[in-house]
Design a protein around this ligand. Sequence first.
Ligand code: SAM
Length: 209
Amino acid sequence: MGKVKIKNVQAGLFVPADYFSRLRKADIFPNEDKPLEVDLGCGDGAFLVAMAREFPERNFLGVERLLGRVRKVARDITRAGLTNAKVLRLESKYTIEWLLEKNSISRLHLLCPDPWPKARHHERRLVQQDFLHSLWDSLAPESEFLFKTDHDEYFDWVRYEVEQFGKFSMIPWQDGDFFYPKTDFQLLWESQGKRLQSLRCKKGTSHMG
Ligand SMILES: C[S@@+](CC[C@H](N)C(=O)[O-])C[C@H]1O[C@@H](n2cnc3c(N)ncnc32)[C@H](O)[C@@H]1O
């Protein structure tokens, strides 16, 4: 029984052979050259799995640090028979800064991340200038960084940081513009009457002016 559980998890789980060398896309999804989308802090993985079902022509990597969530996501990927989705148990910033190949990500999703609302915890917020530099390097040309939060002050923080960074073009983004399933936390926040704000940032040839 224990063996079966481990086996069921393994197909959806990605464990790097080496955590100190930069990965190529083919190290994660061998023999495939599909666009790679990354869901940072993928939580229970409902968004990741729904996206992978909808877009078999793309590959999806979820990144999550909590073991219980990683196990659930890996199990759901395996049960769904998806070969274009995997989950990696690792810290988000490290993954972007040190692990993933540069110019490799076609879309980076950061959905309902921890807002760290107390001022003394703001330094823990993921979106800061050093993260944006690493993110820019890891994104492929014509790629996108997509962000959603229910936390108005964190939204303003992220928009300000992106504007200060100065290289992304902001694109208007409204619900229904394209297939984009709601995440578990989005459903939770909306059930409590909260409203999410969204940011769609493009790494294109033109910069914000
Ligand atoms: C508020 S939840 C949002 C989950 C999911 N994106 C959603 O919208 O349903 C934030 C998730 O990010 C994970 N997380 C927070 N900080 C992280 C980090 N530094 N590296 C990896 N995962 C992180 C948490 O464990 C949690 O599952």
